[in-house]
Design a protein around this ligand. Structure first.
Ligand SMILES: O=C(O)c1cc(C(=O)O)c2c(n1)C(=O)C(=O)c1cc(C(=O)O)[nH]c1-2
Length: 584
């Protein structure tokens, strides 16, 4: 049986890593193999870097040529690090000074999920709902675009994504009843080219003649209004706070949308389209070509923003262009990426809210006993609101045909209350307590190798804490991931044997990446700095303090030779490492 493949575009040189996933397909796979299963036990720290910010560190550093680019969580400072010199000194630092008001509006920590490089610019979202482009050479701001009013509860934590001369971004604020959207900006000027809302009428959601979803219940006019009670769609969320992917052959971009608002379900009977869903849109116009909803009338905050991996897989003996998506609702989906048809839906971890999957309708079958009722407590629903996997992105290896993902092993006790909408404040109504599937002291996490063709796990590594780091697969038969309590591990991609590990200063929720430096040496980098939703474990024995250190590893800690030098700072501005505004 052949393995799957994917389009590795736009990687020009296998030594660079210029987008969060390394490619448009969201594979997080590198062809580099100097570090491999035979020598990975010699991996040692080559150098480190701290940005001084103490919110969760979720992004991967990017490398182009002889420079590494790193962006901190709030206050969203960016740094260029000189890879030609020992210790990678700072070449420039750019400080965008976002509004501190944003900190109080972010639902789940003042994080940033990633940044992107293209056309000589570093592009990223600011927590206060702006997008900036910074000149790669000088560190000077090229453009800054205001996307929304942060005082109304709109923040931006998603990773900017560059393709086809455009920057794709989305908003956060699903728990505050904002209206979710994705937008495309001109990479050269920052001008907004289109904006598509997730919920609302057809015009709003950019649904026109080209829209041809696979399932009949997703066809019709104004579904983003008609599947809501009157007046509720306006604050219906469907935020876009995860990752984008892009298929250059069809010029389509793909992304997921968040839970409906308010989170409490009894106030919004109906499917609540297009929350907890995936959109396929024309990259030039934003027009929807198809959509599919993972969790109709999402009653548990299962959201739908987790990444879409664009893999070509043999399904039932026929090569199909697919999307592989691990939803918070615990189904591992394989969708036809030209139509949105569900080809496979299998549970990748424990759940008890759904008794099966109806392939005829494309809907999961809900256990009525697990549906929340107002002012009643449900004692054990699995997974909890954050799913058995949250936003942390998996990796795919064409060598093994397996997808590698950080996942959880938890449930929740849930109580609902009715709520009213007040702009810029939580629009929520869910109260919950999370615990291990297996009991109070059991494992909260696991790292899974998943066979997307067969729809089952090839192996699993149990972990004490939720695994909220991304994964990296390499041609060296290796997979890298980190744990919330700070272990950075390299495992054999074939069998899950841990070949190397090191404890870092804080927990890991970042995304590992690899690059070939200007000295020809392969390096592996990962940020340590726990936060985000991993913080729900704070207080558990062994949960580490916050941190802000980027670790860069090589075989035997080798790094470029030369004398240490201090870099010149533009306009005499010295980089500040203890960022004001960061919570200590
Ligand atoms: O609906 C939203 O707008 C929204 C935004 C965010 C965010 O921006 O970080 C998260 C969530 N929802 C969410 O449900 C969630 O579990 C979550 C985890 C994290 C994180 O950084 O670990 N962010 C978010």
């Amino acid at each position: 049986m052949p393995h799957g493949t994917f389009n590795p575009a736009p990687r020009k040189s296998s030594g660079d890593w210029t987008s969060q996933a390394g490619d448009f397909a969201n594979s997080r796979y590198s062809e580099l193999s100097d570090i491999n299963e035979k020598n990975v036990d010699q991996l040692k720290v080559a150098w480190t870097f701290s940005d001084g910010a103490l919110y969760g560190h979720e992004g991967a550093p990017l490398v182009q040529g002889d420079t590494m680019y790193v962006v901190s969580p709030f206050p969203n400072r960016s740094y260029a690090l000189d890879l030609t010199k020992p210790g990678a000194p700072i070449k420039w630092m750019y400080s965008p000074n976002p509004s501190p008001m944003a900190i109080g509006k972010a639902c789940c920590d003042a994080v940033l999920r990633g940044w992107a490089i293209g056309d000589g610019k570093l592009v990223y979202s600011l927590l206060d709902a702006h997008v900036v482009a910074v000149d790669l050479k000088t560190g000077k701001e090229v453009w800054r675009t205001e996307m929304a009013d942060v005082s109304k509860g709109v923040t931006m934590t998603s990773s900017a994504f560059i393709a086809d001369g455009k920057v794709f971004v989305g908003n956060s604020g699903g728990e505050l009843g904002v209206s979710g959207w994705a937008a495309a900006l001109d990479l050269a000027t920052g001008k907004e080219l289109w904006r598509a809302y997730s919920v609302g009428d057809d015009e709003h959601t950019l649904i026109g003649d080209r829209y041809k979803p696979f399932y009949p219940h997703l066809k019709g006019e104004d579904l983003g209004l008609k599947t809501w009670p009157k007046g509720m769609a306006q604050h219906g969320a469907g935020a876009v706070w995860g990752f984008f992917s892009y298929d250059p052959e069809t010029n389509l971009i793909f992304y997921g949308t968040s839970n409906p608002g308010p989170r409490v379900p009894v106030q919004r009977p109906g499917d609540n389209l297009f929350s907890s869903a995936v959109f396929a849109r024309d990259a030039d116009t934003g027009e929807a070509v198809w959509a599919y909803q993972f969790t109709p009338h999402d009653q548990w905050d299962y959201d739908g923003v987790n990444e879409m991996m664009l893999l070509d897989l043999p399904i039932n003996g026929k090569m199909r262009k697919t999307i592989v998506h691990f939803d918070r609702n615990t189904y591992a989906y394989v969708l036809d990426r030209e139509t949105g048809e569900v080809l496979k839906a299998d549970n990748f971890a424990y759940q008890n809210w759904s008794t099966g999957f109806d392939y005829e309708t494309g809907r999961p079958i809900v256990d009525p006993a697990m549906e929340p009722k107002p002012e009643k407590t449900l004692d054990r629903i699995c997974p909890p609101d954050i799913g058995q996997k949250d936003w942390e992105p998996p990796a795919y290896s064409p060598q093994t045909g397996l997808v590698y993902l950080g996942a959880f092993n938890i449930c929740m006790k849930l109580t609902n209350h009715k709520v009213s909408y007040i702009a810029g404040t939580p629009y929520d109504g869910m109260e919950m307590e999370r615990f291990s599937v297996d009991g109070p002291d059991g494992d909260w996490g696991q790292f899974i190798a998943w066979d997307p063709i067969e729809g089952h796990a090839a192996w699993r590594i149990p972990e004490k804490f939720m695994v909220m780091s991304g994964a990296l697969a390499t041609a060296g038969h290796l997979v890298f991931y980190g744990t919330s309590d700070g272990w950075f591990r390299a495992v054999d991609a074939r069998n899950g044997k841990v070949l190397w590990q090191q404890k870092l200063s804080s927990g890991i929720i970042g995304q590992p990446m690899t690059y070939r430096g200007p000295d020809g040496v392969q390096y592996i980098a990962i940020a340590s700095g726990v936060g985000g939703a991993a913080g729900v474990q704070a207080g558990r024995d062994g949960y580490p303090p916050r941190g802000s250190t980027l670790y860069v590893f090589s075989l035997n800690g080798k790094q470029v030779e030369g004398t240490h030098s201090s870099a010149a700072h533009p306009e005499g501005e010295a980089p500040q490492q203890g960022a004001p505004g960061s919570r200590g």
